[in-house]
Design a binder for this molecule. Sequence first.
Ligand code: NAD
Length: 356
Amino acid sequence: MGRNYKIGVIKGDGIGPEIVDEAVKVLDALSANMGFNLEYKEMLLGGAAIDETGVPLPQETIQGAKQCDAVLFGAIGGPKWDNLERHLRPESGLLGIRKEMGTFANLRPAIVYDELVNASTLKPNVVKGVDIMVVRELTGGIYFGQPRELLEDRAYNTMIYTKEEVIRIAKVAFEIAMKRDKRICSVDKANVLEVSQLWRETVEEVAKDYPEVELTHMYVDNAAMQLIREPKQFDVILTGNIFGDILSDAASMLSGSIGLLPSASTGLGVGIYEPIHGSAPDIAGQGIANPLATISSASMMLRYALGENEAADKIDEAIKKSLAKGYRTGDLSAYDAVEICSCSEIGDIIANYVCR
Ligand code: NAD
């Protein structure tokens, strides 16, 4: 009997279906060759779910996702649903499923491929060799804090972290650092915010269990600057929800295109694997989206959720090879392109390479 895995597939909106189809194409090519079997279960989330069921996160999706070994997700959202009330918008479906699945840890690698050093807006000598893992707390902080309210003449949100929440995300970061260069930079705003003071003290406590890991602290404003000034100083960045949201997008641009970077949201149960970008409504349906971030997310899924490291390595190598050969989607067309490819052509190329 081969290894059998149940994969939840959430295509979502905009370019979501296009990019997820390419990742599934690559996974199918791999599983056929590597002795494991993937059973897919498609589920609705975001705008597609609103259109079909009236809500952005149907109960069926929550239940279905919890029964899978991992969830592969595209992206949600778009102008069609922008005028709905906040709790009915696609984005609240995404926040909701993360909370439901207990995916409190968002892992976002920011890697600069040697083949694309010219694609970055920064100088090649600044970005060449960048390999950062941003570990972002995903289910707490100001995005979820209560009370929150929008009144006529004022509005407020609450930034809150419990010690327990900080301990569990810090542990994830230290475990990852142990498998990398053993350096963590914890990012906060402890000079201004009490919640950051607790964050810093707690991370220091967790660090005592990992004496091999070098821990430093940085204020978020400085971290934003340092990411642009000298990104190679970072190995693992550990930070809260809102700071991580902003810093990981900034880090993503080191690589040249938001269409390249994957993420994993893991934690208490089934993990969600998704590109860091949104649904790109401006290019949806044109077949020009870059599927590499989603294909790379499928690689993270194989590695972190299924333990299929060899298969994950094959995807990572295939991506590098296709970039080295000069195959590019439009977002990267200006950088050493030999051939401009559609979204599905890139999927074909990677699927072909992983079989070799
Ligand atoms: P976006 O990431 O969708 O797009 C930003 C820019 O990057 C656009 O010009 C887009 O064309 C380009 N881009 C993004 N992914 C690309 C890819 N794979 N290949 C080539 N180009 C790509 O961000 P946005 O425009 O701010 O948001 C659009 C919608 O996506 C909004 O409704 C937003 O709420 C939603 N969103 C969803 C997620 C998610 O599902 N995780 C994340 C962010 C934004």
